[in-house]
Design a protein around this ligand. Structure first.
Ligand code: MN
Length: 261
């Protein structure tokens, strides 16, 4: 065993590194994205009892579950978007597993998203964050904190006649992260990696288009981002190994140094 792993195990045991859960509970009431009615729709989580220590199975309890690949806290693979259709290793079962553990930075947009629910994060905002916290390291996850995960029910999707209203990156903002910072992936607290009105940005749905076209990953419906430091945490996000899968619900965890926040 390497010294680094011995030290990590000790730090986890003595509490100087803690594990933070960034995952919402899978629950039939948790909202899923709603597309315009002409498109196919994503299914909510459903759970059906097989037996519960009864005549169907006297000593055991278990459930059948159904959901879409993009239900609840979930991972987006490059093949989720047309721009990533021909990217190598673009399905959840093909992604190299070292991509599932890595450094993470958190850009706090919670004040701006509270002020303006259609807030979009642009390169100037990201550069201002870097002036305070240092340059975003290469191959890191970047999470956009908005405190949106504290909403529940209708205000979470925040649907109006013209669609959803929720924050996300601007087209230039996500291009900056992908092209200038070569991030590994981008995560949000909202139901998608794009802003609710992302179809009106250029290109439409710029986070999906740009990230996946460049072979980068997405995470959405994250929670507890307010428990992470701006830099220095390690993210663990391993999607289910679904053959040719475009995404998957998953448990997202972060390892955080005790005094980091
Ligand atoms: Mn998705």
């Amino acid at each position: 065993m390497s010294d680094a792993l011995i030290q990590l195990a000790q730090a986890l045991a003595d509490g100087s590194v803690k594990v933070v859960d960034l995952t919402h509970t899978l629950d039939p009431d948790f909202p899923v994205i709603i597309l315009p009615p002409e498109f196919g729709q994503c299914a909510r989580f459903r759970m059906e009892e097989i037996s519960a220590y009864d005549h169907r199975g006297p000593a055991w309890k278990w459930h059948n579950i159904t959901m879409s690949e993009h239900t609840g806290t979930h991972f987006d693979a490059p093949n989720h978007w047309i721009s990533g259709r021909d990217v190598p290793l673009n399905a959840v079962d093909e992604i190299p597993v070292d991509m599932f553990v890595g450094p993470v930075v958190v850009i706090d947009c919670s004040a701006e998203a509270t002020e303006d629910e259609d807030f979009t994060m642009d390169p100037d905002f990201i550069r201002a964050w870097e002036d305070q916290h240092g340059r975003i390291p290469e191959d890191a996850w970047v999470l956009m904190r908005t405190d949106w995960s504290k909403r529940s029910g209708a205000p979470y999707l925040n649907m109006r006649e013209d669609g959803a209203h929720s924050p996300g990156p601007s087209g230039d903002g996500i291009r900056f992260l992908v092209e200038e910072r070569n991030i590994r992936g981008f995560g949000t607290e909202t139901v998608g990696t794009d802003a609710g009105q992302g179809m009106h940005l250029s290109p439409p749905y710029p986070a999906h288009f740009t990230l996946h076209g460049a072979g980068k990953y997405g995470l959405q419906c994250l929670s507890n981002l307010d428990q992470l430091p701006p830099t220095g945490a390690v993210l663990m996000a391993a999607p289910l190994k679904i053959k040719n899968g475009t995404g998957s619900p998953l448990r997202v965890l972060a390892m955080v140094g005790k005094d980091a926040t």
